[in-house]
Design a protein around this ligand. Structure first.
Ligand SMILES: [Fe+2]
Length: 295
């Protein structure tokens, strides 16, 4: 996955907003990001997700995966709240609140996907139908629209109860390390570090791992013949497809602000990707250890 500079840079030069030298500097920085961040193995070669997509995970593997993911999903709220608090502008604070409020159950104010009755309040909050677009401003809060509750419903089918999921104590050291790195780096009070981490997280999420997880879960569900709701994963896959396009616009916006610091940004990005990698490596080592035990 390589980042490409969009045409808007040329348009800005033509409009006299930036000089040719500034545009060239930005192009150079995008090359640096491609070299320093986009080549990270968690983006280019995620061994766990590759294995998972093949449908090889058994019931215990899937349960372990759901529990670890639920810890990440819940503790991510802490990092996101820090990001809100440490935002460098009102606009940034609002953008972070969109994510935080949506995570805890505020449905985006373009409620439902096409073709579904918006009056169907019984289903309001169901990830199969809630929108991936719009704003939480004016949106409706529903307990059951919390992303964590979507995971709880998945866990329920696999025999996992409320107190089996989502707590720090349920995380492996690798998962807990990842969550702590999120709070420290993604939630950093240093604007450049936090933005680098955010950029890294968005690119990781856009690299296609949701599709791999959906493929593996689909295979597992069919193999087991169980009614496992997958909408937590399909919903996130849908939203990432839209986010991917925004990453370059955001970088461009940021790059031309006075406070921007290339080194800090790259440092935040690199360290965050290492944190993300720790999470997946932990899952991969766990499934390999299990495979050895059962053979
Ligand atoms: Fe989420």
């Amino acid at each position: 996955m390589q980042l490409k500079v969009s045409d808007s840079i040329d348009r800005r030069v033509e409009a006299g907003e930036i000089t040719g030298d500034q545009a060239a500097a930005f192009n150079g920085f995008v090359d640096t990001c491609n070299r320093e961040l986009m080549t990270h193995p968690v983006i280019t070669d995620n061994a766990y997700c590759k294995w998972f997509a093949s449908g090889a995970a058994d019931r215990e593997d899937v349960k372990h995966f759901i529990v670890q993911f639920s810890v990440f999903s819940n503790l991510f709220l802490v990092a996101q709240l820090l990001k809100v608090i440490n935002a460098g502008s009102l606009e940034g604070m609002r953008a972070s609140k969109e994510i935080l409020a949506n995570e805890i159950g505020v449905i985006f104010n373009k409620r439902n996907l096409d073709g579904v009755d918006v009056q169907d309040t019984d289903r309001e909050g169901d990830p199969e139908i809630v929108s991936t677009e719009g704003s939480v401003d004016g949106g409706t809060f529903r307990f059951r629209a919390a992303h964590f509750e979507w995971l709880l419903r998945m866990g329920e089918v696999l025999g996992l109860g409320f107190n089996d999921m989502g707590k720090r104590r349920h995380g492996t050291p690798a998962t807990v390390f990842f969550c702590d790195e999120l709070a420290t780096i993604y939630g950093s009070d240093d604007f450049n570090i936090a933005e680098g981490a955010s950029f890294a997280v968005e690119n990781w999420a856009a690299a296609g791992f949701w599709k791999q997880l959906v493929a593996g879960l689909e295979a597992f569900r069919q193999g087991e013949g169980i009614d496992l709701p997958l909408a937590f994963f399909t919903w996130h896959d849908r939203i990432e497809d839209q986010h991917a396009g925004h990453v370059m616009d955001e970088l461009e916006e940021l790059y031309f602000t006075e406070e921007f610091d290339e080194e800090k940004f790259l440092d935040g990005g690199r360290r965050m990707l290492d944190g993300v990698q720790a999470f997946w490596t932990g899952l991969n080592e766990h499934r390999i250890a299990r495979a050895h035990q059962t053979n």
